[in-house]
Ligand binder design. Structure first.
Ligand SMILES: C[S@@+](CC[C@H](N)C(=O)[O-])C[C@H]1O[C@@H](n2cnc3c(N)ncnc32)[C@H](O)[C@@H]1O
Length: 236
């Protein structure tokens, strides 16, 4: 069986698996006007940490969606344990089981990049209310990568593409979004240097998954200046 980076994230139960981690999530949400009347989507929720925070902090209706069965299972368990009425779905964010204009707010933390990006952005547009806001944390190419390097990164992370900042903005515009703001930007290497050592968790030993993480770390060091991320805040 071919194990993926996302299988490893699920196995190690790594939450906040996006650049900036949970601290960035909380600081981004602080600047949004969210209240208990809002309906929110966490797209690619992983283990559900952000959804739990949203439901507990704002008392709003939260829908959490992920394609990975282990992530969905663990997210469900988490909400049951803390007795939170978060709705969980095992679905692709490329095609979601929601009507048009359903959500006031969508947050996608390091998940859009793993999909057919244009398709997913059109789906975000479809399910977001006209007055809604999307926050998407996405991987970027900081330089035009030679094809061989590009393929190495895309194969490891199962990516269909790696977009530059202008390509992301153009994809949001093409998907119908008129306003695209960048709230934060950094390279992968700078982010790694800034992440606190205390955030690293002792991982259980598993040869296959340890190898996947070693490869992830090697790619991070090799391409850390060529890859980055952006926090996009997007509106219709
Ligand atoms: C890097 S993890 C981030 C998880 C979570 N957002 C977090 O920050 O901890 C990427 C997540 O996107 C999910 N994902 C990838 N492709 C997806 C798709 N097409 N539809 C829904 N979720 C997807 C993966 O299963 C994984 O949970």
């Amino acid at each position: 069986m071919n194990l993926s980076y996302q299988d490893a994230l699920a196995f190690y139960e790594l939450e906040g698996a996006h650049p900036g981690g949970f601290e960035l999530t909380k600081s981004l949400l602080k600047n949004e006007e969210i209240d208990e009347h809002d309906t929110i989507l966490e797209a690619g929720c992983g283990l559900g940490q952000t959804s739990q925070y949203l439901a507990e902090t704002y008392g709003c209706q939260v829908h959490a969606l992920d394609l990975h069965p282990d992530m969905v299972k663990q997210a469900r368990k988490r909400f049951q344990q803390v007795d939170l009425p978060v709705h969980v779905y095992m679905n692709s964010i490329e095609e979601m089981p929601f009507p048009e204009n359903y959500f006031d707010f969508i947050i996608a933390e390091s998940s859009t990049s793993f999909t057919s990006i244009q398709k997913t952005i059109r789906e975000y547009y479809r399910v977001l209310k006209p007055s809604g806001t999307l926050i998407s944390i996405d991987m970027t190419a900081e330089v035009i990568l030679p094809e061989e390097q590009r393929n190495e990164i895309m194969n490891f992370y199962n990516l269909k593409s790696i977009l530059t900042q202008p390509e992301w903005i153009s994809a949001f515009n093409k998907g119908g979004f008129a306003q695209v703001n960048i709230l934060k930007s950094n390279t992968v290497l700078e982010e790694l240097k800034n992440s606190k050592a205390s955030e690293s968790k002792v991982l259980p030993s598993n040869e296959d998954f340890n190898q996947i993480f070693e490869e992830h770390y090697r790619l991070t060091l090799t391409y850390g200046n060529s890859l980055g991320y952006r926090v996009f805040r997007v509106r219709k």
